[in-house]
Write a protein that binds this ligand. Structure first.
Ligand SMILES: Nc1ncnc2c1ncn2[C@@H]1O[C@H](COP(=O)(O)OP(=O)(O)OP(=O)(O)O)[C@@H](O)[C@H]1O
Length: 236
């Protein structure tokens, strides 16, 4: 059984159809990429998956749970990356992790997580004083603090330099290798090509293709996912 199952999801904001009959499945242990043009409905879809928005129609099951009706149960088993602005600048890294750990019944060990994300030496630093890459690692740590089975990472490497991006990619691979299923929302085709086992390509509220990056390259006869994406989203 797929770990995430989205069937015919539709979501409107007033008269604007943001998500228009989207279906896809994610298997346990995958890094699954949600790719798409601006305004394609990626964030709305991922918010519905987490029970943060209610769909107008369609069904969603995450770990067999309905994200809206069983939101409390799902929250214990799904980790979500916070946008950096949501942490106060005067909160220290270890304090933030300990605070978030207290929200979960069986959280990860804070010191182990600090070590895993190369944050031990910054544990007593204020969040506001960290570099972009360090902040991003803290936000990933917070997504993992509850020992989730699924982690949702949105715009993972936006604003990071090439070294920090590569470090972050390695880290996400280690998260997947530790058994966590990862849902990755990204604009970056190189990131998707490097990290994702499979991707869904969104365009104007619909999924126009799903498959492994190499399958999408093959079906479009393109040599890069970037070119395949442009073809699949009809802007070639
Ligand atoms: N709260 C809202 N109220 C009204 N319209 C919204 C709201 N949130 C999103 N939209 C609209 O719904 C559509 C889908 O937005 P969404 O944020 O889901 O797309 P996205 O693929 O995540 O975009 P981006 O890549 O630019 O972040 C867009 O046209 C957007 O303007």
């Amino acid at each position: 059984m797929p770990l995430i199952e989205v069937t015919d999801l539709t979501k409107r904001y007033g008269s604007r159809v943001a998500v228009d009959g989207v279906s896809f499945t994610v298997d346990r242990g995958e890094i699954f990429g949600i790719l798409g043009t601006n305004g394609a409905g990626k964030t709305t879809t991922v918010e519905c998956l987490q029970g943060l928005r209610t769909a107008d129609s369609g069904t969603i099951r995450v770990l067999g749970l309905d994200p809206v009706k069983q939101r409390d149960a799902l929250r214990q088993r799904l980790g979500s990356q916070l946008q950096e602005s949501t942490l106060p600048a005067k909160l220290k890294v270890r304090e933030a992790l300990e605070l978030f750990a207290s929200f979960y019944p069986s959280p990860a060990d804070v010191e182990v997580l600090l070590d895993r994300l190369a944050l031990t030496e910054h544990a007593d630093s204020y969040f506001g004083k960290l570099s972009g890459g360090q902040k991003q690692r803290v936000s990933i740590a917070l997504a993992l603090i509850g020992n989730p089975e699924v982690a949702v990472l949105d715009e993972l490497t936006t604003g990071l330099d090439p070294h920090a991006r590569r470090d972050t990619w390695q880290l996400v691979e280690r998260v997947r290798d530790a058994g966590v299923t990862v849902l990755l929302v990204t604009h970056f085709m190189d990131e998707a090509e490097r990290l994702c086992d499979r991707v869904a390509i969104f365009d104007t509220g619909r999924v126009v293709a799903t498959g492994t990056p190499s399958e999408l390259r093959a079906t479009t006869s393109k040599s890069t996912l970037d070119d395949a994406f442009v073809t699949l989203t009809g802007r070639d």
